[in-house]
Design a binder for this molecule. Structure first.
Ligand code: FES
Ligand code: MG
Length: 579
């Protein structure tokens, strides 16, 4: 042992004697075979989110090896440690239910262990938001590294990828256009390898936003999971983490109101996932330096001046691998430069403007359109308000049917996903293509985790007649890979007495996207009467145990990012004796 014990000093476990704590800590880590020379330097933690249940993170072991190489090349010591791993299909009841748990796990482990900086390795939908929320709350130098998109598969000679095509093929099967054998063959090709979904779903959206936020270096979002470029991105992330530790570049210095606004500009320009709106609001809630407060209105206001430029499914035609070949996010950010704050600091220590100035000259490509020739003029995502959603709702205009953007129709109401599953495909359902399908009680409290059930299926008898889209409304979410005229995240939600709770079959509902309105066409007195009645009909609820109980008691509405109230930066806590 060296004469003085210096390394591993940050965040000591206290035995009441710091030097003894350090002495013990060194003794234990030496059990893993480290020398004093290795330990007397900066330690870069690497968050390992691999799991055999998580093919989206199937390349994490290779990425960690490359991050370690980068850290060692830069003269520091890498130490990987696990946190929980969330995959969309293996996170009952929903991955969103567990996002805040992952954020807590990540924050607390970053705090608990002696790391000078951390590389957050992840990719599947809820992982990047959870890691960004965590690193902002922990506020030690951090860099995001995503696993990268999967490649496309091929079914009957046509390229396919998760999960826009999963939904398209399932819709064809429901409409009787595809038989079960064809469906099974397609199933083999939809996820042809490791990595995140290959369209502009939530995972790709959050990867692009992490790059726009500056917490991930330029060019990091799009390299495919299985490419050499992805491994090089990982090696560089390791090197940059060492620099971030040395320069003490904290997440709060990188993720600011201005960089959040840049992320929202990118969100609209890529026609990104509606889920990203919830995540960005949750991320903003972890920041103590956001003035004025960042809200849904910021998202709509930025949308009005931002065109959709990236031609990817579900808003467009191509896949993430095409975006990568077209130059990826650097090309998009360069095109968007007139709309961005360029003086924001990134994780490299340089500003976004400096990073963009260093890019090679552009080359001809088909995926990122020029500002003057967009795919969609503005507002790919819109925020709606009205008597049906006083605190807001969102709709992805770029993936909706233009003819339905101004529509009035009678409601067909389902009180839960269970009720919907039971009745939606029955012959008795009184529904026409003009109906507005309403699904209640899938909000943060009503169905903890706010499931992605907002894409209410077209009733079978209408699907068989060729109806592909209808206006649908819920307090839940839908997958970022989905299409349709779907109003989501209605706040307040039905389960806490929002007006969505009192819609009945046959009530007229009016959607007017241009006016940003979603209205229940009933007199205010009738709405008030029904809301009062609703309150008297609520059974007394028992206090639930465990994480589910904690979730239901503390989760906020979707317009606050569905974070737990006590995790937000400005949480002041209940009244009572302080610590
Ligand atoms: Fe993991 Fe789509 S399921 S990114
Ligand atoms: Mg998804």
């Amino acid at each position: 042992m060296s004469a003085t014990i210096t390394g591993l000093r940050s965040r000591l476990t206290s035995y009441g004697d710091d030097e003894f704590s350090l002495f013990l800590r060194k003794a234990f880590i030496k059990g893993a075979g480290y020398t004093d020379d290795a330990l007397d330097r900066s330690i870069i933690g690497i968050v390992d989110t691999s799991s055999e249940f998580n093919p989206c993170h199937g390349n994490v072991p290779a990425l960690i090896e490359a991050v370690k190489r980068g850290v060692l090349l830069a003269g520091a010591l890498p130490i990987a440690f696990p946190t929980i791993s969330l995959h969309e299909s293996f996170a009952y009841p929903t991955s969103m239910f567990l996002r805040n748990l992952m954020a807590m796990d990540t924050e607390e482990l970053i705090n608990a262990q002696p790391v000078d900086a951390v590389v957050l390795v992840g990719g599947c939908d809820k992982t990047v938001p959870a890691q960004l929320m965590a690193c902002l709350s922990a506020n030690i130098p951090a860099i995001q590294l995503v696993t990268g998109p999967m490649l496309t598969g091929s079914y009957n000679g046509v390229r396919v990828g998760a999960c826009t095509d999963c939904r398209r093929l399932w819709g064809q099967y429901r409409a009787g256009e595809l038989d079960i054998e064809d469906l099974a063959r397609a199933n083999d090709e939809l996820v042809p390898g490791v990595g995140t979904c290959g369209v502009m779903g939530t995972a790709s959206t959050m990867a692009c936003l992490a790059e726009a936020l500056g917490i991930m270096p330029l060019g990091s979002a799009t390299p495919p999971a299985v490419s050499a470029a992805r491994v090089r991105v990982a090696e560089r992330a390791g090197q940059l983490a060492v620099n971030a530790a040395k320069e003490k570049i904290t997440p709060a210095q990188v993720i600011t109101r201005e960089s959040l606004e840049n992320a929202v500009t990118v969100l609209h320009a890529i026609g990104g996932s509606t889920n990203a709106i919830v995540h960005l609001l949750a991320i903003a809630g972890r920041m103590s330096n956001v003035q004025p407060e960042f809200t849904l209105d910021d998202i709509d206001a930025i949308g009005r001046k931002t065109p959709l430029l990236v031609d990817l499914k579900p808003s467009g035609a191509a896949y993430m691998e095409d975006f990568h070949r077209a130059g990826g996010m650097p090309v998009l950010l360069k095109e968007l430069a007139p709309l961005l704050h360029l003086n924001v600091r990134t994780i490299t220590g340089r500003t976004l403007g400096e990073e963009l100035d260093a890019l090679p000259p552009p080359f001809p490509q088909q995926i990122v359109r020029p500002l003057k020739d967009p795919l969609f003029p503005a507002s790919a995502l819109v925020v709606l308000r009205g008597n049906l959603a006083p605190d807001g709702a969102v709709l992805k205009q770029s993936a909706a049917t233009p003819a339905l953007l101004k529509h009035t129709g009678p409601a067909v109401v389902f009180s839960s996903p269970f009720d919907m599953a039971k009745r939606i495909d029955t012959d008795e359902l009184d529904v026409s293509p003009d109906s507005v399908l309403v699904l209640q009680n899938i909000g943060p409290v009503g169905n903890p985790g706010m499931p992605e059930a907002g894409l209410i299926p077209i009733p079978k008898k209408l699907a068989a007649r060729g109806v592909k889209d209808m206006v649908r409304i819920s307090d839940g979410r839908m997958s970022g890979t989905a299409q349709g005229t779907v109003v989501l995240h209605v706040a307040p939600e039905a389960a806490v007495g929002g007006p969505l709770a009192i819609v009945r079959d046959g009530d007229l509902v009016q959607l007017d996207v241009e006016a940003r309105r979603i209205e229940l066409l009933l007199p205010p007195e009738e709405i008030q009467r029904r809301l009062e009645l609703w309150k008297t009909q609520q059974p007394k609820k028992k206090r639930e145990r465990g994480y589910r109980g904690l979730y239901k008691r503390t989760v906020m509405q979707s317009d606050s990012g569905a974070d737990f109230d006590f995790l937000r930066a400005n949480y002041e806590g209940a009244e009572g004796p302080g610590e």
